[in-house]
Structures are given as C-alpha cells and as structure tokens.
Design a protein around this ligand. Structure first.
Ligand code: ARG
Length: 467
C-alpha cells in the first residue's frame, strides 16, 4: 500500500509491507498460479461471500461493509464470466486477484474481507469445493455410461458370443453378460466417487493460516453456507492435507483403467478380423490414404487417457509425500494435475457413453465365432460327469481326445458322429448333442452371476432398480 509517507515501490500490494523491492521476473513466474488457478474463481467468490456474511453476523465487521463486499464480489464474478477481468500475474493467484479487484470497485471495506482467514484455508476451501463438483460430474457421467451399457445388455441379453481367457476362445457367454461386467465395474467406480465426496465434505474455512484465529468466527455457519457437512476439526490438518484430491485422482485412475479395457475390446471387436461390433459414423474416422478404413479413434484415445490420469495421480502423491505440516508452497502444484485429470476423465466418460449408445453389435458374427474353437468342450466334459458318472479329470481327458479327433477331421464338436464319440468312450449317447450347442451351453450357466440369459436379465433388472 502506498501513501504520502511511503514512497511507491514495486513490492507486492497485498503482502509487501516489509519489502523494499519487488521480485525478480523469474520469481514472479515460478510463484504465480493465476495462469491456472483462475479456474477456481467461482469457488473463491462463493467462499468469500460466505466468510463476509459470517463476519458480519458475528459482529466482527459491520453489516454495511459485509454488504458492500458481497455485492462487490458479485460484480467481480460477472466481470470474470464476461471475460473482461484484468488478471494480473504480479498478484500471484486467484485469491489476491479477486481481492485486489474488489478493492478497486468498493474501496476500503475490501480490506476487511481477509479478517480471520488466510490464503491457506481459503485455497483449501476453494479446491475442496471444486473437487467436490468434479465428484458430482463423475457420478453423473458414470450414471449415463451405465445406462448405455444396460441398454446394450438388454438388447443382447441372449446373444451368444465367445467368452475369452488369454484372448483365446474359452466358453460361450452372452453379449448382455459381457456388457453387464462393465456395469458392475462402473457401478463400483460410481460408489468410489460417492464415498470420496462424502469424506471430503468438511470445511477448512476458518482454520486460518494454520492455528485457527482469535476472532470470534463461526465455522459451522460458513460450513453450512457452503453445503459442507461440518467444519474440519483440526486447523493444521485443514490447511495441509490434500487427501481429498488424492482420493479423487485414485478413483479417477481406477475408472480410467476400466474405460481403457472396454475401449481396447471395442478396438479389437471392430477390426475386420472380428467384426463383432460396428461403430457409427459419428464415432469413427477415415484414413486420408486408405479409403476402406474406419478407425476407432475415440476408443483408442479413451484407452490412452489412463496415461495422463495416472500420471497426475503419481505426480500429486509425489508432491505431498514427506511434506511437513502445515502449508507449504509445494501444494500449489496440486491444481494443474487435478484439473487435467478431471477434464480427461469427463471427456472419456462422455465419449464412451456416446460410442456405446451408437454401437451395433453383430449378433450373427458373434454367434458364429462362439460356435467355433470347441467352445463347448467344457459342456461335453460336464455331461460325461453328470450322465456317465466319470470323475471330472477323466472326463477332461476323454473330451481332449474328442477335440483332437474333431480337429484332425477339420470339424467342430457337434459335427462328430455318435460312432466317433463312442469310439473314445462307449458310455456316450445321443443325448450329448443337446449340450454341444452354444445356446444350450449359455442357458445351462444358471449359477448366480452366471451367463444364462435369465441370470443376465435378473441383473439388468436389479441395476434398473438401483439407478
Ligand atoms: N496460490 C496458493 C496455492 O495455490 C495459495 C496459498 C498461498 N499461501 C501462502 N501462504 N503463500 O497454494
């Protein structure tokens, strides 16, 4: 601050009282966060308005000052939203940019806003509010995605496809069952964001720099005004932990892993060699040189997003590790990582939802593939156990010989004759052919959570109820 007695210098207008000179240009560059933390403007203004109202209610500032502050902050908000706010790097961050502008607009009362708080609890509050919103966005995005997967599952609850282990044909499953596997994964992701949101929903505001404050503030009032469940119970913890951001990033990373696996399957299934699915024009791209190409770019990019989301997670864990209590400036490095991871996750969720909604599964192709590769060999072995009384290990061996025979003849298991079968084990009867078809195979998997269409439909109904 300058007046007639203190000559104007280049020291910081907000904290430069004891400084004779301003910072080096490089110091300003490394210190400033306004380039990215301007994204917190709405949360910052919301927190400050709640703080000002509380200060007045507690008699710490006058009601007319609080009114001027609260009104002035709305003017700042509209300036930022209109895109004509004079952001200044010299003012470091969003908190000081907003306060300095408030002073330009309302004058002296602006200086009373920062009573009983510090930028340390202010930034912790703003960032919590922002991450809380992102949890809500992730929850909404996952609800939509689950809806799209459920719709696919409903259409193809009894469409047979090969189930894979080691990406080798294993046993027939249904398209609905495969889609519902992702519904389960995305459902757990959703509950992880709900859990994290619940845990982070406590207010740091009023923890002040680190030790609390001597002003008679009401932290319960500001917590309620900001829709927090309660104030955080320890001021040192309130200003210095970022575990809420780490939880958000961890949940986002797990969700991105799930997205990458579905994306990878869509890439494989849409290839000319599989053709299990076709993507609509809206979700494919062409090649500038190969006219026949229809590339699954969106799926590939979703598959890749885990790279940056997990990268952000590792980066913030690394920043936080070993920091002594309470606040250190290291923690300013929390925001860009979380911003980027959140943007990437929301985009990936929206793209996957769109792609899945527009996707056509190819029932005939999938069924033909399910019938190849001796996919019902396990059903044959199970028949030998059930109907011929063989121990499973022996049944496995007999079935292996029959697979070898079919392979030598260049046919599938159902194409062997009864005589072929009986030459390997005389106890086999015509009844065995009932279990060699893929439809019978999936229908027989009636164990809870199994691939039988009845089981799949029961799970679809359960999820429809849940949502
Ligand atoms: N821009 C800072 C951050 O993001 C705000 C808190 C600064 N506090 C301080 N004591 N320098 O963490």
């Amino acid at each position: 601050m300058t007046d007639a007695k203190t000559p104007r210098n280049t020291a910081n207008a907000m904290w430069g009282g004891r400084f004779a000179a301003g910072p080096d240009a490089i110091m300003t560059a490394i210190n400033a966060s306004i380039g990215f933390d301007r994204r917190l403007y709405a949360q910052d203004i919301r927190g400050s308005r709640a703080h000002a109202a509380m200060l007045a209610a507690q008699g710490i500032i006058t009601s007319s000052d609080a009114e001027a502050i609260r009104e002035g902050l709305l003017t700042v908000l509209s300036e930022i939203e209109a895109g004509d706010f004079p952001f200044s790097e010299a003012l470091e961050d969003i908190h000081m940019n907003v306060e300095a502008r408030l002073k330009d607009i309302i004058g002296e009362p602006a200086g009373r806003l920062h009573t009983g708080r510090s930028r340390n609890d202010q930034v912790a509050t703003d960032f919590r509010l922002w991450v809380r919103d992102q949890c809500d966005a992730a929850i909404d995005g996952l609800r939509a995605l689950i809806g799209a997967a459920l719709a696919q599952a409903e259409v193809g609850a009894d469409w047979v496809m090969p189930g894979f282990t080691h990406l080798q044909t294993a046993q027939p499953v249904t398209w609905g069952h495969h889609m519902m596997a992702y519904v389960e994964m995305f459902g757990r992701d959703l509950s992880r964001f709900q859990d994290a949101r619940k845990r982070m929903n406590e207010s740091p505001l009023g923890a002040a720099a680190l030790a609390g404050t001597g002003y008679p503030i009401d932290r319960f009032a500001t917590a309620a005004a900001l829709d927090f469940d309660r104030p955080m119970a320890n001021s040192l913890d309130a200003v210095s932990d970022r575990d809420f951001a780490l939880e958000f990033l961890s949940a986002a990373s797990i969700c991105a892993v799930h997205l990458s696996r579905l994306a990878e399957e869509l890439v494989i299934w849409s290839s000319a060699q599989f053709r299990f699915v076709s993507m609509s024009d809206k979700w494919s791209t062409g090649s500038s040189i190969m006219p026949q190409k229809r590339n699954p770019d969106a799926a590939e990019l979703i598959r890749a997003k885990i790279g940056r989301i997990l990268g952000a997670t590792v980066a913030l864990f690394t920043v936080m590790k070993g920091l002594p209590l309470a606040y250190s400036k290291d923690m300013q490095e929390d925001k860009e990582q979380v911003f980027d991871a959140a943007d990437s996750l929301m985009l990936a969720l929206a793209a996957m939802t769109g792609m899945l909604s527009d996707l056509t599964a190819n029932r005939e192709k999938m069924e033909a593939a399910a019938s190849a590769g001796f996919s019902t060999a396990t059903d044959l072995a199970d028949w030998l156990v059930r109907e011929a009384g063989l121990p499973f290990r022996d049944a496995h061996h007999v079935t292996g010989s029959l697979v070898a025979m079919a392979e030598a003849k260049g046919v599938d298991l159902p194409d062997l004759t009864l005589e072929d079968m009986q030459s390997v084990n005389p106890a086999i009867t015509n009844d065995v052919f009932n279990v060699l078809g893929v439809h019978n195979s999936v229908a027989s998997r009636q164990s809870y959570g199994g691939t039988a269409p009845d089981q799949v439909r029961a799970q679809i109904a359960r999820w429809r109820d849940l949502l």
